[in-house]
Design a protein around this ligand. Structure first.
Ligand code: NAD
Length: 481
């Protein structure tokens, strides 16, 4: 247990004001391997004050200079991609190759994308005879970003990069479950001399540090990604001060497989959408809806592929399924499996913990699980599990598929597999989701609007949406007469 993390406040590494620490665990072994500051409301206040002091100079910088700073951070991160991937893999339990090929490269891409956005962002002008209107898009001031544990650096950068690009100063709060790569990024920021106070990180618990950030009267906006329960709480707190909020919340996404689905990438992609990151991605397709005539063949092929997955040491290249992120989350997913059985589900594979040999024998591993025989309204099919667990349901018609897909309180994403593009367009229009993929999954273009409907969130991230969220529009009208 030697790793000691710190906050980044005003360009300096700091411990929690009260000297308290939280343990940091390695999910693959179940052992603590470091300490993270157990931050306080005073730490948040210090970070907000530092950000306020930095704001006038940062917001006055030409956009190209802000972009250059964000690019420098991207360069430094890219130069350390292996170290960051190893840290992310250890902290979350995800296979090293996944962290190396997805998480860290995407964090670099987020930084570069929003560095470019800083220089490309523009605002509108509305002319009329004798009158001109132009709209200023001004940064808000100090903003808070709060991120979850499933894609730690990927989602942290996705939130703070547009905030900085638009000219705001940031206080970021990573998840206390996976604090390491945010801390490492803070160290990189110090190393490259990122202007002090522009970008601050306060580590610690959600109910303390997160809540203090949300409640701070001089924080102008909160961009949050996490569970629906916490998102609702944040919305309630922010409503009192009319603080701007962007909320990216939970999902219970449907994968609709029609009998005419093009087969080439189908099984590989559906398997990934079910079990990537041990099913701990908000976009994972946890409800598989399959047209009846293809149901049995699809089910059997999927179960065979799931059984062939290798759960084990995330550093082993043969591993394609790591543990779930924490003991608490392991217990939650296991309780969901017990509930699925109580509700009458038939477990076709998995449904139990896995104990790998060797150094990972005490890790929090759960076998990839496929369940059938459950109707659309049971808890297993309506509540988010966020683990390596999927259910199968059969449908006959497009209307039935649509009704099943929309039968949850969530509405983040859906993926439709069919060769009939007219059907795909018709369904895309009526699916209650913020993101619809056709014959693909998690295919992301960073310019597109990203977010959910219903209980999956409020507002959109990505491209101009994020730049608009982090700015206030001010219209100026001039009478030319
Ligand atoms: P969580 O809601 O428990 O925590 C998310 C973050 O909020 C953490 O940093 C946590 O410390 C903080 N937090 C907790 N209580 C808080 C409070 N009272 N005030 C302010 N902050 C507080 O979520 P999690 O378990 O870390 O992540 C998993 C959840 O995130 C799942 O529901 C998943 O679907 C969702 N998620 C959504 C998206 C999306 O883009 N829609 C992406 C990834 C994850």
């Amino acid at each position: 247990m030697d790793l000691r993390l710190s906050h980044l406040i005003d360009g300096q590494a700091r411990s929690a004001g009260n000297g308290a620490w939280l343990d940091v665990f390695e999910p693959a072994t179940g052992q603590a391997y470091g300490h993270c500051p157990d931050g306080t409301a005073d730490d948040v206040a210090a970070a907000v004050s530092a950000a306020e002091r930095a704001f006038p100079a940062w917001s006055a910088l030409p956009a190209a200079d802000r972009a250059a700073w964000i690019e420098r951070l991207a360069d430094a991160l890219e130069a350390r991609v292996d170290a960051f991937a190893a840290a992310e893999s250890r902290d979350v339990g995800k296979p090293l190759a996944l962290a190396r090929n997805l998480d860290i490269p995407r964090a670099v891409a987020n930084l570069r994308f929003f560095a470019a956005a800083a220089t490309q962002f523009a605002s509108e002008s509305h002319g009329a005879p004798g009158i001109v209107n132009y709209t200023l898009r001004q940064p808000l001031g100090v903003v808070g970003v709060i991120s979850p544990w499933n894609l730690p650096l990927y989602l942290f950068t996705w939130k703070f990069a547009p905030a900085l690009a638009a000219g705001n100063c940031v206080v970021g709060k990573p998840s206390e479950v996976t604090p390491v790569t945010a801390w490492m990024l803070g160290e990189l920021a110090r190393e490259i001399g990122f202007p002090p106070g522009v970008f601050n990180i306060v580590q610690g618990r959600g109910a303390v540090v997160g809540q203090a950030l949300v409640d701070h009267p001089r924080v102008k906006a909160i961009s949050f990604t996490g569970s629906t329960a916490v998102g609702v709480r944040i919305a309630e707190s922010c409503a009192r001060s009319l603080k701007k909020t962007s909320l990216e919340l939970g999902g219970k996404n449907a994968t609709l497989v029609f009998a005419d689905a093009p087969r080439a990438k189908l099984l590989d992609t559906v398997l990934r959408s079910a079990f990537l990151n041990s099913g701990q991605i908000c976009l994972c397709g946890s409800r598989l809806l399959v047209q009846r005539e293809y149901y049995e063949a699809f089910r059997d092929a999927l179960v065979a592929r799931a059984k062939a997955m290798v759960a084990g040491d995330p550093t082993d290249p043969a591993t394609n399924l790591g543990p779930v992120v924490s003991k608490a989350h392991f217990d939650k997913v296991m309780a969901c499996l017990a509930l699925a059985r109580e509700e009458g589900g038939r477990v076709l594979c998995g449904g139990e913990a896995v104990q790998p040999e060797g150094r990972c024998r005490d890790g929090w591993f759960i076998a990839p699980t496929v369940i059938e025989g459950l109707g659309p309204s049971c808890r297993t099919n309506t509540e988010e599990i966020f683990g390596p667990v999927v259910t199968l349901q059969a449908f006959d018609t497009d209307e039935e598929a649509l009704a099943l897909a929309n039968a949850t309180p969530y509405g983040l994403s859906a993926s439709v597999w069919t060769a009939d593009l007219s059907r795909a367009h018709r369904l895309a229009e009526r699916l209650e989701a913020g993101v619809v993929w056709v014959n693909t999954w998690m295919n992301r273009d960073l310019r597109t609007p990203f977010g959910g409907v219903k209980q999956s969130g409020l507002g959109r991230e990505g491209g101009w949406e994020a730049m608009r969220f982090f700015t206030e529009a001010k219209n100026v009208t001039i009478d030319l007469g």
